[in-house]
Design a protein around this ligand. Structure first.
Ligand code: ADQ
Length: 471
């Protein structure tokens, strides 16, 4: 059976994997021969010529170091100050420095050069996310003939936002060197197809650029999910229960509204707190009976726009506290640290409302995890942005426009007032959808499509299901 090679910006570290994605991909490598390739997290004077191979927690991991300059241009620069904001339609937050592209390409070239000697001809290569768009082209340039797939974890931009990215044409040409491109949602596939079918000439006229040929590249939506039943178990585990009891003691009768995010401008955090402010302003009866807990540890804090988002969030939390807090009641708590999955699961289970309102998001796994952790006899309500990929999976959530803070405030009120019967009905539909889109099937589904027949486990399961339904 062919080996699977997973390539991502960072390789997984020691100890328990933090997210469902890392767990699922570890599982893929646990069931199949193969290895994980990526940046080691270390900065070096000069990039080492060969990858270091280590065996960590039963996984084979091949890693390379990067120089400080290359890493800065590739990661904080082109990936996170140009691609991330543009793909999230925040051109106002993009910073464009021309030389970053060279660093981005150079790191992709280094990845290709170090990976190629490790590849066997029938290895299946699965590349993850916007940091590594050029990797297939660089590998092919060096002679790789393997099946290579790419999964984009973030949304695909609209054509206008794409045209604002320097070298977008080369990047799209790079994408055409993959055999399979997986996107989170149908809306992303539609945006990609729109570009592929109506390609515009490049900015400076004179020569008309060559049309990119996508005829050998398959593109489809493979919505990622979590492991909802694992979250259900975690929520009642000793650590989950400990968190629930701790929170119950401090909340008393107040109902909990919960937000859990990385601190990122795409997550709509200031708008979310503003919606909560409107909820309290419009519904005096709810004061003292609700509490908003926002968990948002900083991320990418070397980038100016992230610091600004953090300041904006501090300011609006302060404003809501100043306006509504009383000596014996606080309307909200804002925690800037990350929690382990068991504690998160406990928080999810206790929350009457899961408030997931990104301005734009590839999927949003917090929505999936919140659904998984609910108590079937007394489930909470998911208030979800219609601009998260998760909105395609969870139509039974209360879907809101996160830019419209009046609408989000009203959805919060509806969620808090929702009768038990309706909560149960909505949650049952949500849980079914979360199970249907679980992360194991996501990984197997992608690999099945990338290399049909190479994935013995799923093919067999499918055949058996098919035979059972025929019988
Ligand atoms: P992220 O933008 O990081 O991921 P998301 O899907 O919301 O976003 O979260 C990923 C994981 O981080 C979840 O498992 C969650 O539990 C964890 N997490 C988030 N906030 C946390 C906190 N405060 N403390 C502890 N853990 C926290 C990108 C895309 C998403 C896409 C994922 C997976 O931006 O749209 O869903 O990849 O494809």
């Amino acid at each position: 059976m062919s080996r699977i090679v997973i390539v991502s910006n960072r390789t997984p570290g020691k100890g328990p994997a933090a997210g469902g994605l890392a767990v699922a991909l570890r599982k893929v490598l646990g069931e199949r021969e193969g290895f994980w390739f990526g940046w080691s997290g270390k900065l070096a004077e000069a990039p080492p010529p060969e990858a270091r191979i280590e065996h960590i927690d039963g996984l084979s991991i091949a890693q390379i170091d990067l120089t400080r300059d290359d890493h800065h241009a590739y990661y904080a620069g082109f990936s996170n100050s140009i691609l991330w904001p543009s793909f999230h339609l925040r051109l106002d937050l993009a910073t464009i420095e021309g030389h970053w592209y060279e660093g981005y390409r150079s790191v992709n070239r280094q990845f290709a050069r170090s990976l190629l000697p490790l590849l066997r001809p029938d290895d299946i290569v699965w590349v993850h996310d916007y940091h590594l768009i050029p990797l297939a082209a660089e590998l092919r340039h060096l002679g790789a003939r393997n099946r290579i797939g790419f999964y984009l974890h973030i949304p695909f931009p609209t054509a206008d936002a794409l045209y604002a990215i320097p070298h977008h044409e080369e990047l799209m040409r790079d994408l055409s060197r993959y055999d399979l491109i997986g996107m989170q949602a149908k809306r992303d596939v539609a945006a990609f197809t729109e570009f592929a079918e109506h390609q515009m000439p490049s900015t400076f006229g004179g020569h008309r650029s060559r049309i990119i040929d996508f005829s050998r590249t398959e593109v489809d939506a493979f919505p990622i999910g979590s492991d909802p039943d694992a979250f259900a178990r975690l929520a009642v585990s000793p650590a989950g229960t400990k968190m629930i009891n701790r929170m119950k003691r401090s909340l008393g009768d107040q109902r909990l509204i919960l937000g859990v995010d990385r601190l990122d401008y795409s997550k709509g955090l200031p708008q979310r707190v503003e919606a909560y402010e409107k909820l309290l302003a419009n519904n005096a009866r709810l004061r003292r009976s609700v509490h908003l807990l926002q968990v948002a540890p900083p991320s990418r804090d070397g980038i100016k726009e992230y610091q600004e988002t953090s300041d904006a969030l501090d300011a609006i939390c302060g404003r809501v506290m100043g306006h509504f807090a009383e000596p014996d009641w606080q309307p909200l708590t804002y925690v800037k640290r990350a929690y382990g999955q068991p504690s998160l699961a406990g928080l999810y289970r206790l929350a009457r409302v899961g408030l997931v309102t990104p301005l734009r998001d590839g999927m949003n796994l917090v929505a999936h995890e919140y659904v998984g952790a609910q108590n079937p006899d007394d489930p909470g309500v998911l208030v979800l942005s219609r601009f998260a990929g998760a909105a395609e999976i969870f139509p039974e959530a209360l879907l809101v426009n996160p830019f419209d803070t009046d609408e989000t405030a009203e959805a919060l009120r509806l969620a808090l007032d929702m009768p038990l019967e309706e909560r149960k009905q909505r949650w049952q539909a949500l849980m079914q959808a979360a199970r249907r889109h679980n992360v194991d099937d996501w990984a197997m589904g992608f690999l099945d499509r990338l290399a049909p027949g190479a994935n013995a486990r799923t093919s067999t399961t499918r055949d058996i299901l098919y035979l059972a339904s025929v019988a």
